[in-house]
Write a protein that binds this ligand. Structure first.
Ligand code: UDP
Length: 239
């Protein structure tokens, strides 16, 4: 990977699956603690950090709708799942001394703050990690779209997508042994070739707002900080 441009404020998108353990536990405390350490490491280097968590480890609207739950209801259930994950990440971060705030797109006064952009801005200035829950707050969207939207609103320099693979490939590397990994790839190629990065509306929102998307493996110890420092293996999606 070529040296990364200097980013100051970044948004980390974590799929719910990143928090899952081997035994099928939806939120594995050991793995969540490891993810929190990666975030703490980067925070410690002075970056301003927003985090968006998915909910796919607990509930996915589309799959539930296929089994008979009304789609909008299923999506609201999915959004509630993202709040649970956000609280798990918050808990893991605060256990290692990182100050955080959770803001939900669906107001839930007893549980966390509502999403208020200016307040989130203030938290970042004070060095807190801000965890955004409940995606965009509407059904028929995903947390990828939530991540792209918050990255644009919060004027993030880049959206980092933490996954369990080391970048974007032209085919599924688990099925196609000689699949090629991209160092960089354009938004338009991602969209036209339907490459598995984030859903199309999220990629288009990043393209329209010139927010680079960095896809990297967050399960590898120290990798988040390495990739931010321009080392390590990742794919950058850009113009
Ligand atoms: N969801 C939604 N609107 C949003 C974000 C999420 O309806 O703005 C619902 C949707 O049902 C989705 C679920 O929440 O399947 C969990 O989010 P997602 O699938 O994006 O999680 P991830 O794949 O990142 O774990």
């Amino acid at each position: 990977m070529s040296p990364a441009p200097r980013f100051k404020r970044i948004l980390l998108k974590l799929s719910g699956e990143v928090l899952m353990g081997e035994g099928g536990l939806a939120i594995d405390p050991t793995i969540t603690a490891r993810v929190a350490e990666e975030i703490a490491g980067v925070r410690g280097e002075g970056y301003e950090l927003c985090v968006v968590v998915g909910g796919g480890n607990i509930f996915r609207g589309l799959s539930a709708a296929a089994k008979g739950i009304e789609r909008a209801t299923a999506d609201y259930m999915g959004m509630l799942a993202t709040v649970m994950n956000a609280l798990a990440v918050q808990n893991a971060l605060e256990q290692i001394g990182v100050e955080t705030r959770v803001q939900s797109a669906i107001p839930m006064a007893a549980v966390c703050e509502p999403f208020i952009r200016r307040r989130a801005e203030r938290h970042l200035e004070k060095g807190r990690v801000v965890i955004f829950a409940a995606g965009v707050g509407s059904p028929f969207f995903t947390t990828d779209s939530g991540a792209a939207l918050r990255a644009a609103e919060m004027k993030c320099d880049a959206l980092f997508k933490g996954t369990s693979v080391d970048g974007v490939y032209d085919a599924d590397p688990k099925k196609v042994p000689d699949a090629k990994r991209y160092d960089t790839v354009s938004y338009d190629t991602v969209l036209s070739a339907n490459l598995k990065v984030m859903d199309a509306s999220a990629v288009a929102l990043c393209r329209d707002n010139h927010i680079p998307i960095v896809v990297f493996n967050i399960r590898e110890h120290g990798n988040f900080a390495h990739v931010l420092g321009g080392e390590g293996t990742a794919t950058i999606v850009t113009d």
